[in-house]
Write a protein that binds this ligand. Structure first.
Ligand SMILES: Cc1cc2nc3c(=O)[nH]c(=O)nc-3n(C[C@H](O)[C@H](O)[C@H](O)COP(=O)(O)O)c2cc1C
Length: 224
């Protein structure tokens, strides 16, 4: 796939990319994007965290993918999200905190469950926590819309990681909903986890799964 370079300034110097459409028209976009956009969308799939090896993205690569990930629809331009990076030793340290939390909740927890928690963040070389920042005093934009924006960030980050040749998975699990874990991760009272995005180099080509048939999901609305 051809990479068409950087989108600088207000877009005037960015590459002009033509996307022909079936109606014989075309859309021309100044953007830092891949030419074969639909192919990239259609090729997206998750790579299980256990199949993600080093190397992960370096600082520049991570910032590059985050630059794409923040280009989400955002009602009211609230920027209702932020990122927390977990890599290196921090992954194992978080695993130990999860084990402690599980034992605090259930001293009889099975060793297999503890082992799963210990390794939960240590498979992929990099985990980006996408934090939804939800100001309760913001009554103008419904909270669900701000949460959807944070979800879009997760998806866009998956896309960007794959476009840059990495594999990625959007996971949550109990740690995403546990108050003590949110505290350990430094989240505030008005913050929630939209997703843990595990990123690395795929060890295998992830198997495709059956996808929904869009035609079966589409109906026409007519005035009743
Ligand atoms: C919000 C959210 C949370 C998810 N959490 C998990 C999870 O904790 N464990 C898991 O196995 N899959 C989870 N998934 C599903 C995977 O991200 C992925 O979509 C699934 O493995 C199917 O792969 P695909 O993305 O190629 O369709 C989650 C998906 C979403 C949208």
């Amino acid at each position: 796939m051809r990479h068409l370079g950087e989108n600088r300034g207000k877009g005037r110097t960015a590459p002009r990319i033509r996307f022909p459409n079936p109606h014989g028209r075309s859309v021309t976009i100044s953007a830092n994007t891949e030419h074969d956009a639909l192919a990239a969308l259609d090729a997206r799939r998750s790579v299980p965290a256990r199949q993600l090896d080093p190397p992960g993205p370096d600082d520049a690569q991570l910032l590059r993918m985050l630059r794409s990930a923040v280009r989400v629809p955002d009602h009211g331009k609230r920027v209702p999200f932020r990122f927390v990076r977990i890599e290196g030793d921090a992954r194992d340290a978080l695993g130990e905190r999860l084990v402690a939390r599980t034992l605090a909740r259930d001293p009889e927890a099975a060793p297999a469950a503890l082992d799963k928690d210990r390794k939960r963040f240590s498979h992929a070389p990099l985990v980006i926590v996408v934090v939804a920042v939800l100001d309760a005093d913001d009554t103008a934009i419904p909270e669900v819309e701000r949460l959807l924006t944070a979800g879009c960030v997760c998806f866009a980050l998956l896309q960007a990681a794959q476009a840059m040749g990495f594999g990625a998975s959007w996971l949550t699990g109990w740690p995403a909903f546990d108050e003590a874990v949110l505290d350990v991760l430094g989240l505030g009272a008005q913050e929630r986890i939209a997703g843990f995005i595990h990123i690395g180099t795929p060890r295998i080509e992830a198997p495709e799964r059956e996808r929904p048939d869009p035609a079966s999901l589409l109906t026409d609305w007519r005035a009743p």
